[in-house]
Write a protein that binds this ligand. Structure first.
Ligand SMILES: *Cc1c(COP(=O)(O)O)cnc(C)c1O
Length: 381
């Protein structure tokens, strides 16, 4: 695989060290549970799909390349990926987590990992003094930027300097921007996590997760966890995500272009009381985003005048889908309070500003005019 080419070209890349017999352009789906041997001691590199599978390995290689990382590991979902990362730690370890995170991650930390002896502190990494949360047993700092759904932006490089040399791993969930817009490893992060379900897969047709690292020791431990727990991404889903990656660059560009138009359009509406989009020049994280990312992504959260208005919007969308998830080609509208963030404790939800007037749009790649027309139609009912 060529490493010294543009991002768009890397998306078309194939790791030729993982060959198929016939040199297919679309890497084959190795839909097999096991691999046979011609003789005792023969090494084909693949034994059993729970451990490794050529289609999964191909995806891992391309994904690592796109994040400028040494190794990629593909999991059955974003949550399986985050879980595996948490399995790196021991009982008694302390982890600082961002206050505004994907609801499933909050549930994992509070309801599962805490029971196995991991200790968590919640901190707003975009505004609080993260250093004041560091304790003797702190082993990791876990964050998203921009956050879901409040769009807080944290300075990855500054935070990496803060934890550097302290035996604390910086873990960044890069789902919202994808490797096309942001590469946390280049900014000093140790571990990058993705829900491959979102922009990387890009078509709302499969579930997957990725972890990308530079440290081969961490990669080896993650592979052991994957193999042992059976959390690997199946061959067909690996192929779907590989196919999705082919168009990552063009999808990200178009979706972001649409998002900018929609954010401006929402700002003009008298029914909208707040627009949270880091691409807006007066967003508090705009400057940091300009420094550490190449774009602002295409997720927009916004507040409308009342709960009744929010419900009206959700019940009347036609072009937008009222559905959880984000990062696909179609525009989705979500109600974080009852959908993506229902698992976040009410107290934290309120503190973060996730209220019953908040809506979240994942802007797709449709024609921009159709999207603004849809907003006007629904708002005008
Ligand atoms: C969706 C999502 C996840 C979880 O990924 P799944 O593929 O749904 O398991 C984690 N982090 C973020 C930011 C997400 O949006």
């Amino acid at each position: 695989m060529k490493w010294d080419v543009s991002f768009e070209t890397k998306c078309q890349g194939m790791d030729l060290s993982i060959q198929d017999q016939y040199h297919a352009i679309s890497f084959p789906i190795y839909q097999t549970a096991t691999f046979s041997r011609s003789y005792l001691g023969e090494q084909s590199g693949f034994d059993y799909t729970r451990q490794t599978n050529p289609t999964r390995s191909q995806l891992e290689s391309v994904a690592a390349c796109l994040e400028n990382g040494k190794e990629g590991i593909a999991f059955a979902s974003g949550m399986a990926a985050v879980t595996a990362v948490m399995n790196l730690f021991d009982p008694g370890d302390h982890i600082i987590v961002d206050a505004d995170l994907y609801g499933g991650s909050v549930r994992l930390f509070n309801d599962v990992c805490s029971r196995y002896g991991l200790e968590f502190s919640t901190c707003d990494c975009s505004s609080e003094d993260v250093g004041s949360y560091i304790k003797e047993n702190t082993k990791a700092l876990y964050l998203e930027t921009p956050t879901n759904p409040m769009m807080h932006v944290s300075d990855i490089e500054e935070l990496s300097k803060l934890v550097h040399g302290k035996d604390i791993l910086l873990i960044v969930d890069n789902t919202f921007l994808s490797p096309y817009f942001q590469n946390p490893l280049d900014l000093g992060a140790d571990i990058v996590v993705h829900s491959g379900t979102k922009y990387i897969g890009g078509h709302h047709d499969t579930i997957g997760g990725l972890v990308i690292v530079n440290d081969s020791g961490i990669a080896e431990r993650l592979r052991l966890i994957l193999t042992t727990t059976g959390a690997g991404l199946p061959p067909f889903d690996s192929w779907l995500i590989l196919r999705g990656l082919r168009t990552l660059a063009v999808r990200m560009e178009k979706a972001e272009k649409n998002a900018k138009i929609i954010a401006d359009h929402l700002l003009k509406s008298p029914h909208v009381t707040k627009v949270l989009y880091p691409g807006l020049p007066d967003h508090p994280g705009h400057g940091i985003m300009k420094k550490q990312a190449r774009g602002f992504g295409s997720v927009i959260s916004f507040e409308v005048e009342s709960k009744e208005f929010a419900v009206k919007v959700l019940n009347n969308v036609e072009l937008f889908y009222f559905a959880e998830s984000l990062g696909g080609t179609e525009t989705l509208i979500t109600y974080p309070i009852t959908q993506t963030h229902a698992a976040v404790p009410e107290e934290l939800r309120e503190k973060n500003g996730i209220n019953d007037r908040l809506l979240r749009l994942s802007v797709g790649i449709e024609g921009a005019q159709d999207l603004t027309d849809e907003i006007d139609r629904v708002f005008g009912l």
